[in-house]
Design a protein around this ligand. Sequence first.
Ligand code: NAD
Length: 489
Amino acid sequence: MTLKAQPIASHFIDGEYVEDTDGTVFESIYPATGEVIARLHAATPAIVEQAIASAKRAQPEWAAMSPTARGRILKRAADIMRERNRELSELETLDTGKPIQETIVADPTSGADSFEFFGGIAAAGLNGSYIPLGGDFAYTKRVPLGVCVGIGAWNYPQQIACWKGAPALVAGNAMVFKPSENTPLGALKIAEILIEAGLPKGLYNVIQGDRETGPLLINHPDVAKVSLTGSVPTGRKVAAAAAGNLKHVTMELGGKSPMIVFEDADIDSAIGGAMLGNFYSTGQVCSNGTRVFVNRKIKAEFLKRLKARTEAMLIGDPMDEATQVGPMASWAQREKVLSYIEKGKAEGATLVAGGGIPNNVSGEGYYVQPTVFADVTDDMTIAREEIFGPVMCVLDFDDEAEVIARANDTEFGLSGGVFTADLTRAHRVVDQLEAGTLWINTYNLCPVEIPFGGSKQSGFGRENSLAALEHYSELKTVYVGMGPVQAPY
Ligand code: NAD
């Protein structure tokens, strides 16, 4: 039987598809139906070796090219991604179950933005500096790290493959990328497109695998850097392994971010922000504002309008352009989300909307209703742990100092947001929130121009913007003596 999204082979190394049937077989499942759409093999140690060796071979020549020439190839890749947006978006929907309504505007397009942005700033973003020292002087250059490893999560597989690949490549590195075992398909297409755009072979290799494969990459002596997008527990393991060999690391991890709605906020706008920041991608977004603190004075009105808008969301076939809510990416993730919903009910939160499996979808899909809990207190499990599903917790608050302290009372520090009409309050509050990325009167917008990343247990390092280049390169300092050496002996 032919499978709907079967790639030519499991891995993409040195410019071509490669298979090693000794690797453990795993299935790619379309989350909307439970149908097997591809069968792949996890990388064997031989495949890992082949991918890293090919990257190591290709990298020096690539690093010796001018940044403009490297950037030109990435910009071409961006154009190809845009031309194939429909095809790539459909693949992303098959890979993740996210509605085509979203993938068509948010996934390959955001990957293409990343190639375009880093391709465009290549020439200016990698300059060093000149340091006058009287007669002598010094200069710095930004040099690539070598072979970088990217490890992806399953919520934005194509975007993550590009967000890591674009800055790594433009800075003169090679990348070996391992997508999540839940979403193995998109990254292979990115690798194909880069070759079509003119990227020399070996510079962007994709290998498949899971938590067994990751360590083979991280512990490899020829790998200089690891960039992970994943959960905090995985981040701890990956950072510890990388530290053993003093490798560079970027950690894009989980969150339990606060969104604070003051009494003077535009309520409909704040509800829109809260819904986007909890239900987009069926809630599988790391920066989601899952703790929505609403001032008690507007709580009743906020909940009334939120309930009506949440219950009107269209859940269904992700390939139907009208669908707004698709399934969770995996069966296991749905089970996890449903168990958190049960914990919310058991711990005394008030269920406002959703709360289970929708009854308008038939079959084997991994659907969960967009769910809103009110009267959530800070100590409830649903307010403390990352659920990574469409579950919004609404908490009450009375004053500014109190809500800031409660918002910060978490091990995470990825994101946060404030809705208010008071300009000074907005800046005063975000200034005190402990998080890497904050929004005022909007939520979850992450264009490539702005740095993105976390603080506290949500990670370190930044993706996107000029800041990302710093994490894929290092400074080399050269001191130039202009006179004879004055030795005292
Ligand atoms: P996960 O941590 O289970 O897996 C992430 C990746 O790490 C996968 O590719 C997995 O195979 C690999 N992995 C697992 N154990 C490993 C190990 N010991 N060594 C090396 N690699 C290992 O995460 P997930 O369930 O795929 O994704 C959801 C999580 O990712 C959530 O916590 C979410 O918040 C986070 N996330 C963060 C961002 C961000 O930018 N901050 C973006 C998306 C998702």
